[in-house]
Design a protein around this ligand. Structure first.
Ligand code: UDP
Length: 163
């Protein structure tokens, strides 16, 4: 499930951190920010989405004017999908990303990842699930648990000793 309990009983969330094609070469900086925020990476996969996979992933935005650009961008190069885990991981990661528009991020949240590495309102470094339900759905999208999917290139680190 999305939660796991450590030895002290604190509740940790699992959520999706998706690194978009614009910053795949800056993945080290992004991962450093994740660990600095007391989150850890528990699964990771570099992949490239087809147009229709990107459209499926962003289905909720299909009626928006930016949908085509978004799908085009998301399928234009490699992405890195990570399952990250920690206290309030969903909101902590979204806060770490900052406002959607990178220019707004530079004004309103200058320490955020989008402020540092984002280009504009489209090329904005990363995606974070906006709720626990979305996190469950989006983790399943990149790390399907269904038996029968065959071997995957997913690296899984489940035996973390620190939490
Ligand atoms: N987006 C865009 N133009 C907009 C709003 C969003 O190109 O006016 C893109 C941007 O890449 C954003 C993604 O669509 O990250 C999803 O939008 P959402 O509103 O869910 O923002 P997020 O949750 O990623 O901050």
């Amino acid at each position: 499930d999305q939660y796991t309990r450590n030895k002290l009983g604190s509740k940790k969330e699992r959520t999706l951190a998706l690194i978009k094609p614009d910053v795949v070469t800056k993945i080290g900086d992004v991962i450093e920010s994740i660990y600095s925020s007391n989150l850890i990476v528990t699964k990771a996969k570099m992949t490239r989405l087809s147009w229709s996979q990107a459209a499926d992933f962003y289905m909720e935005h299909q009626s928006k004017p930016f949908f085509n650009n978004l799908v085009q961008f998301m399928s234009s190069g490699s992405v890195v999908a990570m399952e990250i885990m920690g206290d309030e991981a969903t909101s902590v990661w979204r806060k770490l990303l900052g406002p959607t528009d990178s220019a707004a991020a530079r004004k309103e949240a200058p320490q955020s990842i989008r402020a540092h590495f984002g280009t504009d309102g489209l090329k904005n470094v990363g995606h974070g699930s906006d709720s626990l339900d979305a996190a469950a759905r989006e983790l399943e999208f990149f790390f399907p648990s269904t038996i029968g999917h065959g071997p995957s290139n997913t690296a899984t680190f489940t035996d973390c000793t620190c939490c």
